[in-house]
Design a protein. Structure first.
Length: 547
């Protein structure tokens, strides 16, 4: 088996509903399956609070539904890894994927990377992203408490997120380009229940601006061509949330895979692309309807169609059975969609404790968490978390340092990760890493304890070339699905370079940072307390910013 340790029957890129469905079908057919996801298991649907049109499920949250899908896939033997695919060699019989965790090989590939929120290109959109312009109500809604908010779009996502934003906003105005909503009437009819939602049809946003944050927006009436302007009340700002559809996440996919003019992958009735052995599923494909139900259908069709290809290659190339039975299988990563705050079980749930034991067993040395704490309730929360964490393993220990002994440059409270030689890793967490950041914290420990996440040679060389002292602050919300990738990228760079420090801040506990950097969206990345950028970044993108 050792000769085939990095070889899989099927590798699925993307862990949204399409990828998870494909994993269930392929693993159930007793093939060795690996699902690669660069950030968050579950995909875009995890930010949807209510799904009511999935057959057999009267109502469920997107996060809940995809968590069940992952559990099914794992029970059949599918493995999961948090890794970004950097390049692919697809034209030979055994495909090779170059990822941030090293190279993998597969007899068949299913591409299911989904799509990303579409940016409209109005004047001021890029300049004010993170300072009033946002793309995720779940991540950024709280920043607009008591303020006016404009939602751009008339589809399902826009209507649902508009209703969600009423929890925070003083008033929500939907700006719809068409004469009517583009979602089902049963969905748009729910808007009548909200007295603080207004809709303006046949209208587009053409400009947004201000100084440090948004103060005005200009709209155009498409029917008569007239323009009107909104100005925020004196001393206030406002929000613009863009939900105008998605663009396929295909820029990174090898050019040999055919796609439409809009960038969607072209497949046949079996979900196979023009490249033999390479299939595609979900929102990334050319199709008329993009819903969870069609995504899981695509995944099932792709997996069952791929079975024949994989079986033929086993015979042709004399490859032995690669399947790993579920009882012998241990997931490659801790379950990041499980919140560790569980009533009645302390900070870390019993299920997560069992999963962490397997992760910690891979550590090659002991890592120390040096906690700089005071007598605040916040520090007490960190003590409780660390006590539970170290009770799971002897590979993690923690020591407490009085806050007054911390250097002036260390924001408090803080957890600093120290390697087995007593040297600081340069990685700091300011806050209890709950919610979506728990996985980031565990991976940070893994990178410091070793062996750490694998890096491709080119990225490793770039990391070694970093010579300038750089501090990376990543300001996050624990409810944000886009923040973990930026946090993990920053701490991976810090773990590999003695010239870089990386700090994660749970922003609600540090209002002074929110004010200092005019943060109205997360993740917010601050380089050397000067340069501020918004949006999720991978290792390559952060290295480019540092350079």
């Amino acid at each position: 088996m050792e000769a085939h340790d990095r070889l899989y029957d099927v590798i699925i890129v993307g862990a949204g509903p399409a990828g998870l469905s494909a994993a269930i079908y392929a693993a159930r057919a007793k093939y060795r399956v690996l699902v690669l996801e660069k950030s968050k298991i579950g995909g875009q649907i995890t930010i949807t609070s209510e799904i009511v049109n999935y057959p057999g499920v009267e109502m469920a949250g997107g996060k809940e539904l995809t968590a069940h899908m992952r559990t099914q896939a794992e029970r059949f033997g599918a493995a999961f890894a948090i890794a970004e695919v950097l390049d692919m060699e697809l034209e030979q019989e055994i495909k090779r994927l170059h990822t941030t965790k090293g190279d993998y090989e597969a007899l068949g590939i299913i591409l299911a990377p989904g799509a990303n929120p579409r940016k409209l290109g109005f004047q001021g959109e890029k300049e004010f992203q993170g300072r009033g312009v946002a793309y995720c109500a779940t991540c950024d809604g709280e920043f607009f408490t008591g303020k006016d908010v404009f939602v751009i779009g008339g589809g399902f996502a826009a209507v649902e997120e508009g209703m969600f934003l009423t929890k925070y906003a003083r008033k929500v105005t939907l700006i719809v380009r068409e004469p009517d909503y583009t979602c089902a009437k049963t969905v748009s009819d729910q808007l009548k229940q909200f007295s603080n939602i207004e809709t303006v049809f046949e209208t587009e946003l053409v400009e947004a601006g201000g100084e440090q944050a948004l103060s005005y927006a200009v709209f155009k009436n498409n029917k008569d061509g007239t323009q009107w302007r909104y100005d925020a009340p004196q001393g206030e700002t406002f929000g613009i949330f863009v939900f105008a559809g998605y663009v396929p996440n295909t820029k990174w996919i090898a050019d040999c895979v055919a796609r439409s003019e809009q960038g969607y992958l072209i497949t046949d009735i079996d979900q196979q692309t023009n490249v033999p052995g390479v299939f595609a599923a979900g929102d990334v494909c050319v199709k008329n309807l993009r819903q969870v139900v069609t995504a899981v259908s695509d995944g099932a069709v792709a997996a069952t169609s791929l079975e024949r290809v994989v079986s033929e290659l086993h015979t042709k190339l004399s490859i032995p059975d690669l399947y790993v039975a579920p009882e012998d299988h241990k997931p490659q990563d801790s379950r990041d969609e499980k919140a560790y705050f569980t009533k009645g079980e302390g900070f870390i749930s019993n299920e997560l404790r069992q999963q962490l034991a397997g992760v910690f067993s891979k550590f090659t040395s002991v890592v120390t968490v040096r906690a700089w704490l005071d007598e605040s309730a916040f520090s007490a929360e960190i003590r409780g978390f660390l006590n539970e964490l170290v009770s799971i393993t002897d590979k993690v220990v923690w020591t407490e340092q009085p806050a007054k002994e911390a250097a002036d440059t260390v924001a408090l409270p803080a957890m600093e990760l120290i390697d087995h030689t007593g040297k600081s890793s340069g990685i700091y967490f300011h806050g209890v890493p709950g919610g979506h950041e728990f996985n980031s914290f565990v991976i940070a420990l893994y990178n410091v304890a070793g062996p750490g996440q694998e890096l491709d040679q080119e990225t490793a060389a770039k990391l070694q070339a970093v010579s300038k002292k750089t501090n990376i602050k990543v300001l996050v919300s624990l409810s944000c699905t886009m923040c973990p990738e930026s946090v993990m990228s920053a701490q991976r760079i810090a773990a590999a370079s003695e010239h870089v420090t990386a700090e994660m801040f749970d922003l609600p506990h540090y209002p002074e940072l929110k004010e200092k950097y005019n943060v109205m969206s997360v993740p917010c990345i601050v380089l050397n307390d000067e340069k501020v950028v918004f949006g999720k970044k991978n290792v390559e993108e952060l290295l480019a910013l540092i350079s």
